[in-house]
Design a protein. Sequence first.
Length: 312
Amino acid sequence: MALKTALQKKIMALALAGLASFSLTACGGSGSGNGTIIYANHQNGDAFTDSLQAAFKQQADSAGWQVEYLDGKGDGNLQIDQIAEVIEKKPSAIVLIPVDGVSIVPTVKQANEAGIPIISVNRYAEGGESFKAYSDDLEAGRLQAEFMAKNLPQNAKVVYLKGTSGQKSADQRWESFQKNCLERRKDIELLAMADAQWSTAEAMKDMSLWLEMFPKIDGVICGNDSMALGAIAALRSAGRLQGVFISAVDATEPGLKAVAAGDLSQTVKQDAEGQAKATFELVKASLQGGTPADIEVPYTSITRENVAQYLK
């Protein structure tokens, strides 16, 4: 609750700095851009970032902003081409969820040189200048680690379904889980780990293979809810879901329902609405010509004990 209050105070501070209400025309008084905001998503169809985009759109529509939404389709080269094209049109700001945080850097720098503010949300480029609305993925991994370390039996055997390797969110969640669980409870054995690319289908495929290979699996740790749902489907099909601790990240609606049903043991809430609100405030500030501070949105651990307060 204290973390949430701190976030609310940070966002309120931006609002009190003269950012409470204005239109794009008004903020265009800073003299930059063509009055359009570009929202460049990494890939439509991702449960979390779809929720994030919907929450941002609701706020942008209420403010009367003109926003163009782009779908990178999980293709880094396509996203680079999309943003390079819109830079030529000189938008007032670009909201960016990069497909690849490394390859997008020259394009971010190109926008910097053109004087176009970049607001990174959820993920960010590994170079160039941008304002960031983000959650600390090390915290997500730590919360998963603490839950598993507390609940797994002695000499437990676990598997890990990772998001796309090379993406900071996937790498940091894994690194933090490893540090805060596997290195502290030496009795827990990691049987296997796979890059399931955030995908339900890939996770189901990997989990099905592991169930054939390993007669005992006590825990499944997943980088997001989508992969957890794939693992659950495979476990249920094999008649081995009962008694397996499963942890995930995002607290999407399907993930929360799985927690309520007792299939998913934990999901770590990545706050889509909180990130969207922070993004909205950063866009407003940048359009005013300001240099706002990055905003960190905290994670929350959700289990059967507290899931009811998060279900809609």
